[in-house]
Design a protein around this ligand. Structure first.
Ligand code: KIV
Ligand code: ZN
Length: 518
């Protein structure tokens, strides 16, 4: 069967989703999971866009060795060189250059003519090839580009050394028929296209991203660009799980294969949701909470008799845990380890000890501990992305209908106690004020999301927030059976990140001082 390369752009195009910003440590964590998922190429960021993005690409390039690592660049020497610098340590680096080619973009955004576009594209690709062997070129807004001009662009950049040509449907405007026409025309008009890899990159503004990606593959694309959970600009990108599972389930229609380990799909989706706070809607294909839930009596009856009656794929194929009901407070460490193994997590030593401690605490508070709880535990228990500076030692809240009061006791890294009190129109506002008072800070909240991570009255509540501290944006998250407790911990998580960033900057300044003899 023909192989289709899976180019995952969750950490670049996906991160462009409003609110999906990740720290370099979070991106690295996600990149390791994408590696476990088996994608061929990870687009790790846009190095010139910020020092954090540069750092994230560099970290991933150093530490994630199996897949190709790509970094985005505009068609300028500065961007191309910065991408190459960030990718220096990658085992298989790829610069991904993009330049708009449609008249709308050329005239109104870039204010250049077609000749200048060809010149810039060729120069940038040529320069990138001086740094590395793999160079991808994307004709931004390709699907609204004059087709004859698109053919000239593609021919020009292949001549300049591009090894992958990507056709983005940047604004999600194309239909499957448009995609087929564009790709067939390109193959007919540009013979050298057969010597490189053709790629398809679709956005979901009309809900057609998956269908368009599959149409692209039918027409000859051998790389597909996707994101986990379909996150991305505006309505998002083609979703990895949908494209991969369409190819796997309907091999009779599409005789193509990918190297994705489908059993890692659910875990990857959950990790991304945890890191970004953006959860797939319950009815999202493949990874939504209801994707394998059967409510109607007739359906349940059919499933019990033979699951093929209402299931076109089995939940286990994509790593969705088989049974929803698991352990209770009398369960032992071995049973916990075994259940984690069934869920695909190999925990031992310290990780298992920590998960077991959290599990016991939870089992004391909840009657039933579900698989979702265990997943939340393992992520919250092992994902300290920054060193903890402040710990919550106690939190007392009293509230009426319009006013709440809170008092907190925190402990800093040296073991010093810090206490504070606050009031607010609700328990969470009062708690944040009490923490501000204890630490002498003022943290601005830009976004706060509270959700039930697990079903039922005794659900685990998860709090995700985005804050502004000292002019910079930091996210925080935590889970607990009490949402006020979770909110306090999420708030401290964001403050810890701000402290960590401040310490890193101070260290960098000190190092620069040494370098310049200051
Ligand atoms: O959608 C788009 O055009 C892009 C390019 C940068 C490839 O994401
Ligand atoms: Zn895109």
């Amino acid at each position: 069967m023909t192989n289709i390369l899976v180019f995952d752009t969750t950490l670049r195009d996906g991160e462009q989703s409003p609110g999906a910003t990740m720290t370099p440590a979070e991106k690295l964590r996600m990149a390791h999971q994408l590696d476990a998922l088996g994608v061929d190429i990870i687009e790790s960021g846009f190095p010139v866009s910020s020092p954090d993005d540069f750092a994230a690409v560099r970290k991933i390039a150093r530490e994630v060795r199996r897949p190709g690592i790509a970094a985005l660049a505009r068609a300028t020497p500065g961007d191309v060189d910065r991408a190459a610098a960030a990718l220096e340590a990658a085992s298989r680096p790829r610069t991904h250059i993009f330049l708009a080619t449609s008249d709308i973009h050329l005239e109104h955004k870039l204010c250049i003519d077609r000749a200048e576009c060809l010149e810039r594209a060729a120069t940038a690709v040529h320069r990138a090839r001086e740094h590395m062997a793999e160079v991808e070129f994307s004709a931004e807004d390709a699907t609204r580009t004059d087709l004859a001009f698109l053919c000239r662009v593609v021919e020009t950049v292949i001549e300049a050394g591009a090894t992958t040509i990507n056709i983005p449907d940047t604004v999600g405007y194309a239909t499957p028929r448009d995609i087929r026409t564009i790709i067939e025309t390109l193959y007919a008009a540009v013979p050298s296209l057969r010597d490189v890899v053709l790629s398809i990159h679709c956005h979901d503004d009309l809900g057609l991203a998956t269908a368009n990606s599959l149409a692209g593959i039918e027409a000859g694309a051998r790389q597909v660009e996707v994101t986990v959970n379909g996150i991305g600009e505006r309505a998002g990108n083609a979703s990895l799980e949908e494209v991969v599972m369409a190819l796997a389930v309907r091999a009779d229609s599409w005789p193509y294969q990918t190297t994705v380990h489908t059993r890692e799909i659910f875990r990857t989706s959950q990790l991304l949701a945890l890191l970004t706070g953006i959860h797939p809607q319950p009815n999202k294909a493949i990874v939504g909470r209801n994707a394998f839930a059967h409510e109607a009596g007739i359906h349940q009856d059919g499933i019990l008799k033979d699951c093929r009656t209402y299931e076109i794929m089995q939940p286990q194929t994509v790593g969705v845990p088989e049974s929803r009901l698991v352990l209770g407070k009398h369960s032992g460490r071995h049973a916990l380890a075994r259940r984690y193994r069934e869920l695909g997590y190999e925990l031992d030593g310290d990780d298992l000890d920590r998960a077991y401690r959290l599990f016991k605490l939870l089992a004391d508070q909840k009657k039933r501990v579900l698989d979702e709880d265990l997943i939340a535990i393992v992520h919250h228990g092992t994902m300290d992305d920054v060193p903890r500076v402040y710990r919550l030692r106690s939190l007392d809240v009293s509230c009426g209908t319009r006013r709440a009061e809170a008092s907190v006791r925190l402990e800093d890294a040296e073991g010093n106690a810090r206490t504070g009190e606050g009031t607010g129109d609700g328990p969470i506002a009062a708690t944040f004020e009490a923490i501000d008072a204890a630490l002498g800070v003022h943290v601005q909240i830009d976004d706060l999301v509270i959700r039930a991570a697990t079903p039922g009255r005794d659900a685990v509540g998860e709090v995700m927030l985005r804050t502004h501290v000292g002019g910079r944006s930091f996210s925080g998250r935590a889970a607990s059976t009490d949402v006020v407790d979770a909110a306090a911990r999420a708030y401290l998580h964001a403050i810890d990140k701000a402290e960590h960033a401040r310490a890193l900057e101070a260290r960098a300044l000190e190092a620069a001082g040494d370098l310049w003899g200051v």
